[in-house]
Design a protein around this ligand. Structure first.
Ligand code: NAP
Length: 260
């Protein structure tokens, strides 16, 4: 087991990529604390992990609310112990509109979940890791932080900002045994986010589902989307000692779509 006796806090752990990461980490011996707004999804994820013999807990809340962050970190520490792994995965795409039609409230909402919450979580958790001279932060960004797709300006900007946060935090804690990295997945099949974005793109460009899949896959060397479990496998690598010399990086899990 690669994460034996470790404590992992994973945001957005109730479904999609976050749940796949939680299940994988639990199978590798970590106790996982999950959070999102939808309690029913968190309860189901925890039940599945426990049924498979793992340890998991949850606290439901909204990461846009600043007061929720210390509560989440405090309850994780109280219940499980010091946090070894912080998986910042919760995210929203926001309304699919051209930048000229986005309201400032819509822009702020995307920033709040995708960039402000990661900052608040990082600020709350890093000092403990530095004190203990151990820990890993993993930010789930996206290939949209590196490539140009229309109708997602706030999402791309927030997620590119997240890569900046990743690099600077890594620079600040690198000498204290703490690593900070990011993953940049392409389209991840079966997730609510990709279903919603796909539906938005079909509508905006008048495409059938098959046409959209063909266009999307044509831009990917492997010619297919990614699976949540493939992102979870890369997350495990970056959160385990297998990647002990890797920090400040943004690793693409995109089947070959971007090349930096
Ligand atoms: N799916 C893709 O194709 C893709 C590609 C690249 C990157 N990503 C990134 O991967 C991450 C996971 O997304 P996913 O694909 O698994 O999509 P998803 O199924 O929509 O999951 C998003 C998760 O974030 C949580 N969340 C959203 N807003 C929140 C808030 N205000 N407070 C707390 N939790 C919140 C959601 O739970 P609640 O709604 O219940 O709060 C959910 O658990 C995201 O950061 C996304 O940007 C996804």
């Amino acid at each position: 087991m690669k994460l034996k006796n470790q404590i992992a806090l994973i945001t957005g752990g109730g479904r999609g990529i976050g749940r796949a990461i939680a299940e994988r980490f639990a199978r590798e011996g970590a106790a996982v604390m999950l959070t999102s707004r939808t309690e029913a999804e968190l309860r189901a994820a925890v039940a599945a992990i426990e049924k498979a013999g793992g340890n998991a807990g949850y606290l439901a809340g909204d990461l846009r609310e600043e007061a929720f962050i210390p509560r989440l970190v405090g309850e994780t520490r109280e219940h499980w112990g010091e946090i070894d792994i912080l998986g910042i995965n919760a995210g929203i795409y926001g309304p699919m509109k051209p930048v000229t039609e986005l309201s400032s409230a819509e822009w702020d909402d995307v920033m709040s979940v995708n960039l402000r919450a990661p900052f608040l979580l990082t600020r709350a958790v890093l000092p403990g890791m530095v004190r203990r001279r151990r820990g890993v932060v993993l930010n789930i960004s996206t290939i949209s932080a590196k490539l140009a797709f229309p109708l997602g300006a706030a999402y791309a900007a927030a997620k590119a900002g997240l890569l900046g946060l990743t690099r600077v935090a890594a620079a600040e804690v690198g000498r204290y045994g703490v690593r900070v990295n990011a993953l940049c997945p392409g389209p991840v099949q079966g997730t609510q986010m990709w279903e919603e974005v796909g539906a938005g793109l079909q509508k905006a460009y008048n495409l059938t589902e098959a046409q959209l899949a063909e266009e999307t896959n044509a831009a990917i060397l492997q010619g297919r989307p990614q699976q949540p479990e493939e992102v979870a496998a890369a997350a495990l690598f970056l959160c385990s000692d297998d990647s002990s010399a890797i920090t400040g990086q943004a690793v693409n899990v995109d089947g070959g779509e971007a090349f930096y």
